[in-house]
Write a protein that binds this ligand. Structure first.
Ligand code: PLP
Length: 377
């Protein structure tokens, strides 16, 4: 079955009890047991809830995995997955990983003696060099934020296979529509479902998918112990968002491609970062592992004055953190996602004061171009 059809018909779209074409929001914390010798499937909603289960089964199917898990945020998904490791374990992680992932690894998990080495993963040799005897996993994010740097997933996975190391991929930017890391041999996928999967800037949620039963059991033990589960209302919103994932991303992406090309022609713009444009580093690798360029692009103005003018004057777009919503979201990494990184270090990473990230929404291209034109001086 093709992906767009699978979004609508995956075996989790009809309520088994009633036939309802929308999975009910099972707003229940506990479940009556009818028979002391045979308890029902559900006993307590931290351990299992039918609305959450429909979402978890759906994402498992979309990522071609064994089992899915829904968490209270993308960070809860990532933190829970990383909690399957133990003191003394070492993990290789890409240096331009999401800021929250950087924070949980360096500020929290490090206190539990899980050790991390940050590498520029756009060259897989750096991953190989960082592997030690106690390395248990490689954590990757591609394309990365905000410069859309590409990691060769197949290359990294083959290194990991040689050494019997797990590969975890944060697939938020691509969604399972455009990239399926498990099909490429990765072991666990995590998502901030807050972004494209939810798609409407109205829910914070996270998802994880394990490739096999062994890993699923380990993640389930953490989900049930740690308890960072997603509530049934929010599960329902994600189930609803998922149905239009393909059709939204098709339009997001087409407009993003046109906008990237348009921006590149502007004399005020110094550089455009988007896997869809010619010359983007790692572009061939990206298209060997993903079926599209996605809907997030970044660009640099030539001057700070142009940058400020743009951010203060852009219309028909939100100036905000986050991405993946129906509305175009313009963000300023220097003062938003990367504000905690000292200026020099930030500049060295390529996140200058003139860099702007755009999550291209569903507005019509011509209107976006008009709005952008007015804000570019
Ligand atoms: C937003 C984001 C996260 C964190 O997700 P939350 O839902 O905000 O907790 C993780 N990874 C990436 C790539 C993100 O964009």
């Amino acid at each position: 079955m093709r992906f767009g059809t699978k979004l609508i018909h995956n075996g989790n779209e009809i309520d088994e009890e009633t036939g309802a074409l929308s999975i009910p929001i099972y707003q229940a914390s506990t479940y009556h047991q009818r028979d002391i010798d045979n308890f029902g499937k559900y006993d307590y909603s931290r351990s299992g809830n039918p609305t959450r289960e429909a979402l978890e089964n759906t994402i498992a199917q979309l990522e071609n995995g064994y089992r899915g898990f829904a968490f209270s945020s993308g960070m809860a998904a990532t933190s829970s997955v990383l909690s399957i490791f133990s003191a003394g374990d070492h993990i290789v992680i890409c240096e331009d990983v999401y800021g929250g992932t950087y924070r949980i690894t360096t500020k929290v998990l490090s206190r539990f003696n899980i050790e991390f080495t940050f590498v520029d993963a756009s060259n897989v040799d750096n991953i190989r060099k960082a592997i030690k005897d106690n390395t248990k996993a490689i954590f990757l994010e591609t394309p990365s934020n905000p410069l859309l740097k590409i990691t060769d997933l197949k290359g990294a996975i083959s290194i990991a296979k040689e050494k019997d190391i797990l590969v975890i991929v944060d697939n938020t930017f691509m969604s399972p529509y455009l990239q399926k890391p498990l099909d490429l041999g990765a072991d666990i996928v995590v998502h901030s479902a807050t972004k494209f999967i939810g798609g409407h800037s109205d829910v914070v949620g996270g998802l994880a998918v394990a490739k096999n039963k062994e890993l699923a059991d380990r993640i389930y033990a953490i989900q049930n112990s740690f308890g960072a589960i997603l509530g049934p209302q929010d599960c329902w919103l994600l189930l609803r968002g998922i149905k239009t994932l393909k059709i939204r991303l098709d339009v997001h992406q087409e407009t993003a491609g046109k906008l990237a090309k348009w921006l590149r022609e502007k004399e005020q713009v110094e550089e455009v970062y988007y896997p869809g444009i010619e010359g983007h580093p790692g572009r061939e690798i990206h298209f060997s592992q993903a079926s599209g360029a996605g809907a997030v692009l970044s660009f640099k103005f030539k001057t700070l004055e142009q940058t400020k003018y743009f951010l203060n004057n852009i219309e028909n777009a939100a100036f905000a953190v986050s991405l993946g919503g129906v509305e175009t979201i313009v963000s300023y990494p220097a003062k938003m996602s990367h504000a905690a990184i000292p200026r020099e270090e930030r500049e060295a990473l390529g996140v200058s004061d003139t860099l702007i990230r755009v999550s291209v929404g569903l507005e019509e291209f011509e209107d976006l171009v008009e709005s952008f034109s007015k804000a570019i001086i």
